[in-house]
Design a protein around this ligand. Structure first.
Ligand SMILES: [Zn+2]
Length: 123
């Protein structure tokens, strides 16, 4: 484990703050959608654009939900003392990479290798 206790605590705080931000967003969106549902749109064009907006919003919310799950997993890893370890090779993930993307579970080498493999499969 290459991370110090202080660094881990900073990551934990960062993740918690991020999570509460996302959770606030989720509940606000739910309320906004609920209010929209109660408004009637007699114009079919409005109706259509409202549907598109809602699909867009649902996609964002879906992504946020997945992100919250990843944040929870990262917090679990901090508790288990596994945070910063690469899932694939067991090596250390660089602090710089963790700071940019604290929910990551792979070091840059494994991530790059995985992406290359995915690209090869698509070709
Ligand atoms: Zn790795």
């Amino acid at each position: 484990m290459a991370l110090t206790k202080t660094q881990l605590e900073a990551f934990e705080k960062q993740l918690m703050d991020w999570k509460s931000e996302l959770e606030i967003g989720q509940s606000v969106n739910v309320q906004a959608m609920h209010e929209q549902e109660q408004t009637s749109f007699p114009d079919p064009t409005d109706q259509a654009s409202m549907e598109t907006d809602r699909n867009f919003e649902l996609r964002i919310k879906d992504r946020e939900r997945k992100l919250i799950k990843k944040i929870n997993q990262a917090l679990e890893r901090i508790k288990a003392g596994e945070f910063g370890e690469c899932d694939s090779c067991g090596g250390d993930i660089s602090v710089k990479r963790l700071q940019a993307r604290p929910v990551t579970t792979q070091c840059i080498e494994c991530k790059t290798a995985q992406e290359q493999e995915e690209r090869t499969r698509l070709d």
